[in-house]
Design a protein around this ligand. Structure first.
Ligand SMILES: [Mn+2]
Length: 293
């Protein structure tokens, strides 16, 4: 169990997710702040002012399930606060490496940059928080619904490879019965490619890091109609000065194409399913980096 007594020494705590928040980051930070408050620790969901730029593909679904009102912290005042991180575990994706982080809960590959962090293999961090506290915190109906929505979004409505039987098992205990295919048709959005490939590659990209090697990443959700743009995407990646990982998922043909532009060489991978950027693709990237360094 988490050490409440120890956390209390650092209050108030500011629970923060990754920049360009998606549903899981919004729900995770709000939820963990509420849980800590319930245990008597002063805590608030938070975000840095420079990062308050939503991932637009989640906005409608997010607005329909959560009133996300984080405390907005000025980036130059980060050193005044004690943070708890959720839905990421590398400080470069939020508060920066000099900030004080006292605790964290995440479901991505461990960067080993934060000492006191719990890492899960579940497909969604909100689901991990639910599983961890379900016997000690009375989740409201509204919170359960938010967790369900975050899980749907993080798993591409159960289509992504990171969604496993372990996730399903936990979801089944929540007592929520909704038509997820109906929600898929209501909320799922393909990447808008109309503003040009160069723009798209630089928009809402996440920085990844492995063993000190940093690279940008881009994720495209496509269909058969847009598949002809894959070659242009590949070309645009190769025009980058810095390293970049591009992931192209076709939700109609259920295929994934990944390209890693590193040291001016392009490495490609193909998956006959919807491969998760943070799981399957990153695994291959890590293996590639290990065999090439
Ligand atoms: Mn997540």
């Amino acid at each position: 169990m988490i050490n409440i007594k120890e956390l209390k020494k650092h209050e108030p705590l500011y629970v923060i997710g990754h920049k360009n928040p998606d549903i899981d980051t919004a729900v995770s930070s709000s939820l963990l702040a509420s849980i800590l408050t319930y245990f008597g620790v002063e805590a608030y969901p938070s975000i840095l002012d420079k990062n308050y730029d939503f991932d637009p593909y989640n906005k409608k679904m997010m607005d329909d399930c959560i009133v996300y009102k984080p405390k907005v912290i000025k980036t130059q005042e980060v050193s005044k606060y004690n943070f708890v991180v959720v839905d990421h575990n590398n400080p470069i994706q939020s508060v920066g490496e000099d900030a004080t982080i006292v605790f964290g809960m995440d479901h991505h590959k461990n960067s080993n940059k934060i000492d006191n962090i719990l890492i899960s293999t579940l497909c969604c961090n909100s689901l991990f928080i639910y599983d961890y506290f379900k016997d000690s915190y009375p989740f409201s109906k509204e919170e359960l619904y938010q967790i369900y929505m975050a899980t749907l979004n993080d798993s591409a409505f159960f289509r992504a490879s990171r969604y496993t039987s372990a996730d399903k098992k936990i979801l089944d205990t929540m007592g929520i019965h909704i038509d997820t295919e109906e929600l898929f048709h209501k909320y799922f959005e393909l990447t808008d490619l109309s503003s040009g490939m160069d723009n798209i590659i630089h928009k809402y990209n996440k920085v990844y890091e492995y063993n000190g090697i940093r690279f940008n990443t881009s994720l495209i959700k496509s269909n058969n109609k847009n598949q002809y743009l894959l070659e242009e995407y590949k070309k645009c990646l190769q025009k980058e000065d810095e390293s970049i990982l591009g992931v192209w998922q076709n939700f109609e043909s259920k295929e994934t194409f990944a390209f890693f532009w590193y040291k001016h060489k392009l490495q490609s991978w193909y998956y006959p399913y919807i491969a998760s950027r943070s799981k399957d693709v990153m695994n291959d990237v890590v293996n590639y980096l290990e065999s090439n360094n």
